[in-house]
Design a protein around this ligand. Structure first.
Ligand SMILES: C[S@@+](CC[C@H](N)C(=O)[O-])C[C@H]1O[C@@H](n2cnc3c(N)ncnc32)[C@H](O)[C@@H]1O
Length: 503
């Protein structure tokens, strides 16, 4: 039973249970009292993806027929018609969310469905929510039954389905009745949140990602504060050289990246986000014959929720590096990358043979032991079935046991080898960092020759560079290892010093 206004709906005596308002979203609180709504679900315009008002001009003619005064209120439309309208879109969206905030009861939720491949539009929505006073809690991915128009037009590089963003209106709302946040506390939160986000991502991070996390922190205090985007950037700029350093990113479409002045404490606490993202993408490509961009994004959202906003352009770069498009909107693992995978076991086999002949005990990574080479399980080449090393905790041994190949004797680990053809080498360095620097262990990364460029690129990543240099890693190529193996294939044993010639 349709009510005429909110009062009728709220009034239990009248049997009304539905109110339909066709009004400007910015007028919501003129029609609905503040703190009166239990839940809001909304589907706002996605940037300028579809020009709803212009497209409705045809049927608006019929509306004019009934009401000659009817005009399409173009001035009220929340959209981006030209690139320069971005600020306007952002402001109107913020005002619309502010209206929702007003009418919602404290402690209650807003779900907002959204879809856009541009990171600045994404950020606009999250920021608009935060500016309005909401706490951004969670993002969920919801595959559609049917591909959207955007997905059909750009099959390789667009999220086809929608995302659901969950916002909460805090119990204690940030109005002037509440405690006002002092300047010191504001600055402290901004700096701490920035550090936390950088640590969480484990890599130099652009301001746009940092801001999302800062707003969440600021609003979750429930205090009222004055401060804008510029204030935050200024606080952070004042701390360049004290807490943070700038790392210029090549191409730099999102500006410089921010990194910690003293990253030592966090070294290897977390593998860089881009490595983690890349690993998920590669695992998917390995496991599926073909994947859609959408399926990839879905996995990423499940694996990296909340503060770890994925940059869809970065995901496309990873796909381009490891996969090719198949003409039907899907991606398939590049055959040459696939064959490098099978060489992984071959390299482990060579290393186990060389190590054995040089008189070392050999250990093969706990995961790799299950892989096969020439129909033999690699576990066969471990000198003993369980890794026993003194001076390490059980957890350290568990991590060390995951290193691809170890050569050791009764007193210590002499060599560690990590065989890599993807950028997950940072995790390789992390695993081996459980063996202290003082141990005089030789650490070698074995990579296919053509991945040398990737290694050089990784050297721009502070965490990788830091670890590589600190633990004095060296690199050898697949071909060199294979040649060395063939050269000594028929030797029963050889001098441990011979291996030093391998370069
Ligand atoms: C993503 S669409 C929602 C589509 C809807 N869920 C459906 O399935 O039909 C966004 C809608 O917001 C409308 N819109 C744009 N500016 C508005 C404003 N100021 N107030 C209310 N609605 C607005 C657009 O016309 C468009 O219909």
């Amino acid at each position: 039973k349709i009510a005429k206004n909110f009062q009728e709906l709220a009034d239990n005596k009248k049997d009304k249970n539905l109110l339909i308002l066709t009004i400007d979203a910015l007028d919501l609180s003129k029609n609905i009292p503040e703190n009166s709504i239990d839940y809001v679900l909304t589907d706002p315009p996605y940037g300028g993806l579809i020009q709803y008002f212009s497209l409705s001009s045809l049927w608006a003619i019929w509306l004019k027929h009934n009401n000659p005064k009817f005009e399409i209120p173009y001035q009220d439309e929340i959209t981006i018609e030209h690139k320069k309208d971005f600020e306007r879109y952002h402001n109107l969206l913020t005002k619309a969310l502010r209206e929702i905030y007003k009418v919602l009861k404290p402690g209650h939720y807003l779900t907002l469905t959204f879809h856009n491949r541009e990171i600045n539009v994404w950020n606009s929505v999250i920021k608009a929510g935060a500016y309005s006073g909401f706490i951004f809690e969670k993002i969920l991915y919801q595959p559609n039954k049917r591909a959207s128009e955007a997905g059909v037009a750009l099959p390789y590089g667009s999220a086809i389905s929608d995302y659901y963003l969950r916002f909460k209106k805090p119990e204690k709302t940030g109005t002037s009745d509440h405690q006002k946040m002092g300047k010191d506390e504001y600055e402290r939160i901004v700096i701490k949140a920035t550090k936390d986000i950088i640590v969480l991502r484990g890599e130099p991070t652009e301001m746009t990602f940092i801001l999302n996390g800062i707003y969440t922190e600021l609003f979750s205090t429930g205090k009222f504060f004055e401060g804008s985007h510029e204030d935050i950037v200024n606080i952070l700029k004042e701390n360049i050289g004290k807490e943070f350093v700038h790392i210029e990113s090549k191409g730099g479409r999102l500006g410089p990246k921010w990194w910690l002045k003293n990253p030592e404490d966090m070294l290897f606490k977390r593998v860089p986000l881009s490595d983690r993202v890349e690993k998920v993408v590669i695992d998917m490509l390995r496991g599926n014959i073909k994947v859609t961009f959408d399926e990839v994004l879905q996995q990423l959202f499940i694996n990296f929720p909340n503060g770890l906003t994925p940059d869809t352009k970065g995901v496309i770069e990873v796909l381009k590096e490891y996969a090719t498009t198949t003409g039907d909107g899907r991606w398939r693992y590049k055959p040459e990358v696939g064959s490098r995978d099978s060489e992984h076991s071959e390299m482990i086999y060579y290393l186990s043979e060389i190590g054995r002949k040089a008189g070392y005990k050999v250990w093969i990574g706990s995961k790799e032991q299950g892989d096969t080479f020439r129909n033999e399980k690699l576990s066969k080449y471990c000198t003993v079935p369980n890794l026993k090393l003194s001076g390490f905790s059980a957890e350290e041994i568990r991590r060390i046991a995951m290193i691809d190949v170890l050569w050791y004797d009764k007193s210590s680990i002499k060599y560690v080898f990590e065989i890599e053809n993807s950028t997950s080498i940072t995790s390789a360095i992390e695993r081996a960092s459980h063996i202290p620097e003082e141990y005089d262990t030789k650490r070698l990364i074995v990579i296919p020759e053509e991945r040398q460029k990737m290694l050089e690129r990784k050297m721009n990543e502070p965490m990788f560079k830091e670890g590589y240099n600190k633990y004095k890693w060296q690199t050898i190529h697949y071909d060199a290892l294979e040649d060395f193996y063939n050269l000594h294939k028929n030797d029963k044993a050889f001098n441990q010093n011979d291996f030093k010639n391998l370069k």
